[in-house]
Write a protein that binds this ligand. Structure first.
Ligand code: CA
Length: 223
């Protein structure tokens, strides 16, 4: 089945360029010019992945990301012209899976989309339920529970990271190992991305046994 890319961008030149690139790479390509429209699209005709520009005419990309996350766990890649650490971190904290900084190469963007989709498609082949330290990580339902507690639904990338840590419980994993395993590439991203996602997981899953191993990375405790 063909994957659908939804671009949210008001700049027609960028939209036309990306339409060509993605259609040539075998994707179905859709575009809308505002965040308000994007939220409706995700609700009515959910795409496989959303490419979301930060600079938009109505609500901006960050607010759009927040609103999409209230209704969907679709992978989101932010397009940002502002190359500041603050925007990247804020984007990841409100649920974006990844970001690219303008000007980006179309090839890089296609590679990122592939990586994000590969991870969300891989879920199908993985064991459905992983249990660790009283936590149940359910890939079929895409949620996490502690004992009899209410199920919690992390974002797609947070979930992948959690599952990878749980599958390797007891092992110390470096940031670059995690980046490569979960994001599917080892040189595009920054290891900071891993830290932000870990912070979000700890915030959402109170008491989740993810330990910081100073100077190395992270470990999910298996006891
Ligand atoms: Ca724009």
């Amino acid at each position: 089945m063909q994957d659908t890319v939804l671009l949210v961008e008001d700049d027609e030149a960028i939209a036309e360029m990306l339409a060509q690139v993605f259609e040539k790479s075998g994707y179905r390509f859709r575009q809308c010019g505002s965040g308000e429209e994007a939220v409706i699209r995700v609700k009515t005709r959910p795409p496989s992945v959303v490419l979301l520009d930060i600079g938009l005419p109505g609500i901006d990309g960050l607010e759009t990301c927040r609103q999409i996350r209230q209704i969907s766990q679709v992978p989101i890649i932010m397009l940002t012209a502002r190359d500041t650490e603050v925007d990247k971190v804020v984007g990841l904290e409100i649920g974006a899976d990844d970001y690219v900084t303008k000007p980006f190469s179309p090839r890089e963007l296609v590679a990122r989309v592939k990586a994000v989709l590969r991870r969300s498609n891989d879920v199908v082949d993985a064991p459905l339920i992983v249990e660790v330290g009283g936590w149940v990580i359910d890939s079929g339902r895409h949620h996490v529970r502690n004992g009899d507690g209410e199920p919690i639904t992390p974002t797609a990338k947070e979930f992948d990271l959690l599952r990878y840590l749980a599958e390797n419980a007891g092992l110390v994993l470096s940031r670059s190992q995690l980046l490569e395993a979960v994001w599917g590439y080892d040189y595009f991203g920054e290891t900071r991305t891993v830290d932000v996602h870990i912070r979000q997981l700890r915030k959402k899953l109170d008491g989740i046994p993810i330990e910081t191993i100073w100077g190395v990375g992270y470990r999910m405790s298996d006891t």
